[in-house]
Design a protein around this ligand. Sequence first.
Ligand code: AMP
Length: 116
Amino acid sequence: MYDRQNIFAKILRNEIPCDKVHEDEHSLFFKDINPQAKIHVLGIPKEPCVDFADFINNYSGDKVSNFFKSVELVISNLKIKDEGYRLITNSGVNGGQEVPHFHIHILAGEKIGRLR
Ligand code: AMP
């Protein structure tokens, strides 16, 4: 069940600010407030989806495709393709998801270490 009071829902409703990187009709990208790399951008679909599985299973192929094309566009705009980047999405307790609105982390700008 989607929690409409989660912090990313509030950002989408412009109730709290964000450091916007890119926005289009179906997605919003903004800088992570607690960056884990020199470049740390979060990308979210505008749909009320809790996590990766919710987004993939409950929204149209067009919406899913549009979102991931926007992820790729932002990667292009950030000019991080050549040096490389890491995409992460956390889900559930074991994944360490803190904000229950599906999001992709884009990490770049330096070598991203191994998880352990
Ligand atoms: P996750 O653990 O995958 O749910 O990641 C949630 C991310 O959201 C964390 O990296 C937080 O630093 C980030 N975050 C939380 N609140 C904000 C905010 N208001 N603006 C930008 N990033 C945020």
